[in-house]
Design a protein around this ligand. Structure first.
Ligand code: FES
Ligand code: MG
Length: 591
């Protein structure tokens, strides 16, 4: 035992070894020793490491963690800790209705309550599917116990007829082929299922790979952790190393508040642009930042991230999938290229106990087809635009997925570069969109923008991934794959759709989208990042005065609690009251 390990009193000893309250101590020890642990272990001055288990039969994206657990526990044991695995509320992106986003804050709450109320000295956060990563980081930030993120890794690459088939992205592509009549339902199903060949999370640079890259970019997981495919042996090694490392972090008292600094979030924003990351990253990182007590604003995404080039050639912005990304070096290779270009804060602390710069030593792209160099990128200025106007205070546009064809058709008319005027078509939600999209009386054509509202945090509830609406079948058959779309919901990180989304405030709380009507003219101006309804002020004011908030009907108690306390996407969609609780580990719960 090294000197730094001597005479350390752990938080868990307040439960298991507290002479001031022998009665309670006996009760704690008696029941924990009836399962796997001996009295010597529990009272032996060893840290208890919680492992927040997000994998289960209900959560296939994170199921790999059930099988990684032996390695995590072995690492914890070998480093002198006592592992205690516990479940948290499940979140499965493709399983939970009305949307998995509703449950991010519930998983967050359940983690906070467990970490605060049980004899735990440090925690391994198992992450993977979209919302599990931010929920775990948010909880760790609120509690501020030593914490380390271990993701399960992406699935192996999917293949269909000799071509890569990427998670989610193949759904959007095949949906259009189905609408065009080029494939039938059976082929549609086969194509989509081919994209999921193994355990793991989405193999595209969707929200899952993005958020795990964000965890690594923030310094919250070990170097290389995020991109290792789930079935690879390196994934099992990473599980073991993560278990070992968290024990040392407890001895060193290395906490999220030492790592989650403003500089770390700025690094994450830069990395997000370089990887072509998901539009879900801004609300999720915003939420982590708020729970960590770090100032971050939605406009920071454009200020810090817009002029960063796209380096990663991975679907949906590029062509490859997770296996190639990992072999090309994954996140440390991307960050190594960004570091060479001087785009990172290098001296930020990380879970390794070293600075980010030290972690990245020697890292650069190992395959420039997949990870480009900073001077020869996939495209320049690949970050998000943050738009505003009379329809919302803020909304995001992911520029890295805008196809040259779309750019040409919509944004570079001679004499009006970057400015696009169109007729608005307004849908009240996904059901209304599906019911009326092909209604000829709407006369939807290439000069329309599709709007969807009432699908934000309060409205849906939870904010639905529905803004990437496809055009009517007749328009697709004419060869137009995309129309501009706008909404107060989100869209899948695997979508290649050039949407304007996360509009805040949302319509049901009186945001500007609430007053738009089908047939209104709207103007998108990418030069000054605005989108406005071209309605005269008196008419607009009359609509505001006449507006009545739609009736909101919750189906479960949690939906009502969520709707009562949730903020807007631009503020991270947090439970607002929860953001006032910070570093709660400092206050020991009553015995
Ligand atoms: Fe779970 Fe994509 S659906 S990671
Ligand atoms: Mg999704």
């Amino acid at each position: 035992m090294s000197d730094t390990r001597a005479n350390k009193r752990f938080r868990s000893q307040e439960w298991f070894d507290n002479p001031n309250n022998p009665g309670m101590t006996a009760l704690y020890v008696e029941r924990y020793q009836n399962q796997a642990f001996t009295r010597d272990e529990l009272q032996g001055e060893r840290p208890v490491i919680g492992i927040a288990q997000t994998g289960s039969d209900l959560t296939p994206c994170n199921k790999i963690h059930v099988f990684l657990m032996d390695r995590v526990k072995a690492g914890i044991r070998d480093a002198g800790g006592i592992p205690m695995e516990f479940p948290v509320h499940p979140i499965q992106e493709t399983g939970k209705r009305p949307t998995a986003a509703l449950d991010r804050n519930l998983q967050y709450l359940s983690l906070v309550e467990v970490l605060h109320g049980y004899p735990i000295d440090g925690v391994v956060l198992t992450t993977g599917c979209d919302k599990t990563t931010p929920a775990m980081l948010m909880g760790a930030a609120t509690v501020d116990l030593p914490a380390i993120a271990l993701n399960g890794g992406p699935m192996l690459d999917g293949w269909w007829n000799g071509k890569l088939a990427g998670s989610g992205t193949i759904v959007w592509e095949s949906r259009r082929l189905l609408a065009e009549g080029k494939i039938d339902y059976e082929e549609f199903m086969s194509r989509v299922c081919a994209s999921a060949p193994s355990l793991g999370h989405c193999n595209t640079m969707g929200t899952a790979s993005t958020m795990n890259a964000m965890a690594e970019a923030l310094g919250m997981s070990l170097t290389t952790c995020s991109a290792i495919p789930a079935p690879f042996r390196e994934r099992m090694n990473m599980a073991y190393q993560t278990g070992r490392r968290i024990v040392d972090m407890v001895y060193d008292d290395l906490k999220p508040s030492d790592i989650l600094t403003r500089e770390a979030f700025e690094n994450a924003i830069v990395v997000n642009s370089a990887i072509g990351g998901s539009t879900n990253a801004p609300p999720h990182l915003q939420a982590v930042a708020r729970h960590a007590g770090v100032e971050l604003d939605v406009t920071d995404w454009q200020k810090i991230g817009f002029d960063v080039p796209l380096l990663v050639n991975m679907q949906p912005a590029g062509e490859y999938l997770g296996e190639s990304f990992y072999r090309a070096g994954g996140v440390p290779a991307v960050m190594g290229e960004l570091k060479k270009a001087g785009r990172l804060h290098e001296d930020v602390m990380t879970v390794t106990g070293k600075s980010m710069s030290e972690n990245l030593s020697g890292w650069e792209s190992r395959d420039t087809r997949v990870i480009k160099t900073y001077d020869d990128p996939m495209r320049k200025n690949a970050g998000f635009l943050v738009l505003s106007g009379n329809l919302f205070d803020s909304a995001l546009m992911k520029t890295s997925v805008i196809s040259p064809d779309f750019q040409k058709r919509f944004l570079s008319e001679p004499g009006s570069e970057g400015i696009y005027e169109a007729r608005a078509i307004v849908f009240e939600g996904p059901e209304d969109y599906h019911d009326r999209l092909n209604d000829p009386s709407l006369e939807i054509d290439e000069n329309c923008i599709l709007f969807i509202r009432n699908v934000g945090c309060v409205g849906y509830p939870g904010s639905a991934e529905v803004v990437n609406m496809q055009p009517p079948d007749a328009v697709i058959k004419r060869g137009v794959q995309h129309l501009p779309t706008v909404g107060d919901g989100r869209q899948s990180g695997t979508s290649e759709s050039p949407s304007i989304l996360n509009a805040s405030p949302e319509a049901v709380v009186g945001g500007g989208l609430a007053y738009l009507k089908t047939g209104d003219r709207v103007r998108l101006n990418l030069n000054d990042s605005t989108l406005n309804a071209l309605v005269d002020d008196a008419d607009w004011q009359a609509r505001i005065d006449a507006w009545q908030a739609p009736e909101i009907v919750s189906q479960t108690p949690w939906q009502e609690i969520y709707r009562t306390h949730v903020g807007q996407l631009s503020d991270g969609g947090c439970l607002e009251l929860a953001t006032t609780y910070q570093r709660v580990v400092r206050n020991l719960p009553r015995d």
